[in-house]
Ligand binder design. Structure first.
Ligand code: ZN
Length: 335
């Protein structure tokens, strides 16, 4: 087993590239304070019975999700009702299946202010910019709590919903039928041509269900480790560290250190923060470290876009794996 390859499975190469400051690739998350409705602990006498019922329902759902571990938040959570006078569509087909979220996720088409943010994205601001966009255009989830496995789906959903009828430009590929090598953006596909190859959802859900995280014990040191499902906020925390320790000085972290931080962000090994976790990890025995990587892979959701792309030469449908995020796909091509 290649250790490095396995490590990287926790994050796509596009996400790594984006976090390391390379432009035109997707990844996310800056630590932006959520501004969401607080769910009170107790019913209030000033509210109607119906309103109290909604609050208690929200509270019960929040408690349920807290035990699932993915939506726990000190800032509370959104109410179950979309804002009035706003049209939101149900978002279905998330790679995660949507069951890790407290509410049904809804979204609405992008607006000009969102497109302006997208067009001037780069590797260092893409996370905070999508934070703003997700906050404005998605309802039912705190952007920081979106599972990383769902992030690209949501970005593409917004694009598809905003430009209905306009195809996405396809990645270059070699046709398996006629061997024609399509050029970048020569072929096109639409939203319905994308499917998602997801890691074993039911098994991973079962691992996290009982406690809201997956807990394992390292074989040699016998240290207990909690493994969390990766959310956008974990990537944001890593980016904040990299900004403070590297980018602010015009430097880049090594791949190894970057990967160590990415790994540390979803682990609770008894350290106070991500950087200290990274220090702890480096002190583990080789046996414990390799065991831990296998456990992380076992407990982590992973998804890859499979784009069924029509060959421009022979019209055969080719399943093309992977679709990197690029800001320019938000300008629909004229066909
Ligand atoms: Zn072909």
């Amino acid at each position: 087993m290649s250790l490095k390859k396995t490590l990287k499975q926790s994050l796509s190469s596009d996400q790594i590239a984006a976090l390391k400051g390379e432009p035109h690739t997707m990844s996310m998350e800056a630590p932006v304070a959520p501004t969401q409705a607080h769910v009170p602990e107790q019913p209030s006498a000033t509210l109607t019975p119906e309103e109290n019922a909604i609050i208690m329902q929200a509270k019960a759902a929040q408690n349920k999700m807290n035990t699932l571990g993915t939506v726990k938040s000190s800032t509370g959570s959104q109410s179950h009702m979309p804002p009035p006078n706003e049209t939101f569509l149900e978002i279905n087909g998330l790679p995660s299946g949507g069951e890790f979220y407290m509410s049904q996720m809804h979204g609405q088409p992008l607006r000009v202010q969102d497109l302006l943010l997208i067009q001037s994205m780069d590797g260092q601001n893409i996370i905070s910019r999508f934070d703003q966009i997700f906050k404005r255009r998605l309802w039912g989830v705190d952007p920081s709590e979106i599972l990383l496995v769902d992030e690209l789906f949501l970005a593409l959903w917004l694009r598809a919903t905003s430009f209905e009828g306009y195809n996405f430009p396809a990645m270059p590929f070699a046709c398996t039928s006629c061997a024609y090598e399509s050029k970048p953006d020569e072929a096109e596909f639409n939203w319905g041509d994308i499917s998602w190859d997801v890691s074993d959802l039911e098994a991973i859900k079962a691992l996290h269900e009982e406690k809201g995280y997956y807990e394992t014990i390292l074989p040699k040191s016998e240290i207990p480790v909690k493994i969390l499902l990766r959310q956008r906020k974990h990537l944001a925390a890593v980016q904040a560290i990299i900004k403070k320790d590297f980018w602010d000085y015009g430097k880049e972290p090594s791949n190894e250190y970057y990967e160590l931080l990415v790994m540390s962000a979803i682990l609770d090994i008894g350290a106070t923060d991500i950087k200290q976790t990274a220090v702890y990890l480096q002190e583990l025995s080789a046996m414990d470290f390799v065991f831990l990587i296998k456990e992380i892979n076992k407990a982590s959701l992973d998804a890859e876009a499979i784009v069924n792309t029509k060959c421009p030469n022979c019209q055969e449908i080719n399943p093309v794996a992977g679709y990197p995020f690029r800001p320019d796909i938000y300008l629909p091509t004229d066909t």
